[in-house]
Design a protein around this ligand. Structure first.
Ligand SMILES: Nc1ncnc2c1ncn2[C@@H]1O[C@H](COP(=O)(O)OP(=O)(O)OP(=O)(O)O)[C@@H](O)[C@H]1O
Ligand SMILES: [Mg+2]
Length: 412
């Protein structure tokens, strides 16, 4: 009988695979950054789509993933993850096959693997992922980490450079804003406080659409087929979070020449250099998290207010630690001064309830939030206790998938 705390593994590095709605971050544990960050997109050649049988190696030449899929077969591209949750397992399996064999160039039978999941992932999704990993890819061991918990690992490791992450410090409130979903997830001693989690129906993709709309309204000379890429480029390179939207408008309107920026881009078809002006969208884009009513009639609660509600709904003895360790995660928290604005607005809300010296609010910005979840996996995979957190193939065959103790979602 296989020991349940001992993995039958080789010494080969653990694969860390964070599949997001927009981007997949993949690489090996122990590294500071993923080897590849590619769109979570797949395109299948026509003959394959008709056949739609189980994935096999001979299909490889017909399948493209990442940028290749998006740029070469934009008309037949599939995005297997929506709002953080896998929607097509067939596409996901093929995407993993290409990622492991063509990108990481390893044999999946030789490497333990860490996958990530959003909070409140349905248990059956976790089981399907385990089934594919053990039965199709024959991995020796699998650990599925909750993204928020992994972000806490990353933040802790970044704060204590060189030191090992300690489980006792895994208390914090993670704000994960990716491409397709936004979650506020309180974690106490490594366990997600599931009853307090809240989501916001606005994430990076909506911000891109907003920038696109503003450029169109101002009639900036951006070809329609490029408008989404240009808007995303502007968002990622020129947008910033202002301290006060009224002041930002005044600043831009009194001295437009000083504050407007130019974004240069290339037309991929003609190769011509083009440019457009960036005005109010520079500060309006990230503002949608503080003023969601700018883009939504239905969802209007500002992010700081929702964070406060989440923490207030947690057990009273955890609240101080949660306010004191707010961790930003996900690419859409990378706007300049985003953390500072959040800390300021949240502190103001807390101060209306508490005497001076009450719970201090601290928002931690690691600086590489776009792969914070992945980096947390990289740290986890190097921990001495990783073996006991991983479900081995023998254990899977005997009892089914066992989630890890620390990275598990307390709800499931
Ligand atoms: N510097 C930046 N400033 C603002 N937004 C950015 C920046 N870099 C990346 N983004 C945005 O972050 C998003 C991708 O983030 P991330 O990789 O965390 O999402 P994901 O994991 O694919 O999605 P999800 O977690 O929602 O399933 C995209 O919308 C991208 O445009
Ligand atoms: Mg993500």
């Amino acid at each position: 009988m296989a020991g349940f705390t001992t993995l039958q593994t080789s010494e080969r590095p653990v694969i860390v695979m964070d599949n997001g709605s927009g981007y997949t971050k993949m690489g090996f544990a122990g590294n500071a950054a993923p080897n590849f960050v590619i769109p979570t997109a797949i395109s299948l050649a026509t003959s394959m789509r008709k056949a739609a049988g189980p994935a096999s190696c001979s299909d490889d030449c017909n399948i493209l993933i990442g940028e290749e899929a998006v740029s070469q077969h934009a008309h037949s591209v599939h995005y297997p993850i929506r709002h953080g949750v896998v929607k097509s397992w067939d596409h996901m399996e093929r995407f993993w096959q290409q990622s492991i064999h063509r990108y990481l160039r390893v044999d999946s039978e030789d490497h333990n693997i860490i996958l990530t999941e959003p909070p409140m992932n349905p248990p059956e999704n976790r089981e399907t992922a385990a089934e594919i990993m053990f039965e199709t890819f024959n991995v020796p061991g699998l650990c599925i980490g909750v993204q928020a918990v992994l972000s806490l690992y990353a933040a802790f490791a970044a704060a204590e450079k060189g030191a090992k992450a300690r489980k006792s410090s895994l208390t914090g409130c993670v704000i994960d804003i990716g491409d397709g979903c936004t979650h506020i997830i309180p974690v106490s001693d490594g366990y997600v406080i599931a009853s307090a989690i809240k989501s916001i129906p606005i994430a990076g993709r909506d911000v891109t659409t907003f920038v696109q709309q503003l450029l169109r309204e101002r009639k900036e000379p951006v070809p329609v087929e490029m408008s989404s890429d240009v808007a995303r480029g502007i968002k990622e390179t020129l947008c910033y979070t202002g301290s006060d939207v009224v002041k930002e408008f005044a600043k831009h309107d009194t001295e437009p020449g000083k504050h407007s920026k130019v974004y240069n881009f290339k037309d991929p078809r003609s190769g011509a250099e083009r440019s457009c002006n960036v005005r109010h969208e520079a500060f309006l884009a990230p503002e949608v998290f503080f003023r969601p009513d700018f883009i939504s009639d239905e969802y209007t609660t500002p992010l700081p207010q929702l964070v406060d509600r989440v923490i207030q709904s947690c057990p009273i003895d955890t609240r101080r630690d949660l306010y004191g360790n707010i961790v930003l995660s996900g690419g859409s928290t990378m706007f300049k001064n985003f953390g500072r604005r959040l800390q300021h607005d949240l502190q103001k809300i807390v101060a209306t309830r508490q005497p001076p010296g009450g719970s201090p609010v601290e928002v931690r910005v690691a600086g590489a939030q776009h792969f914070g979840v992945w980096f947390g996996g990289s740290v986890l995979g190097m921990m001495p206790q990783f073996g006991s957190m991983c479900c081995s193939r023998a254990e899977y065959q005997e009892r089914g998938f066992r989630s890890s103790v620390v990275a598990n979602d307390g709800a499931n």
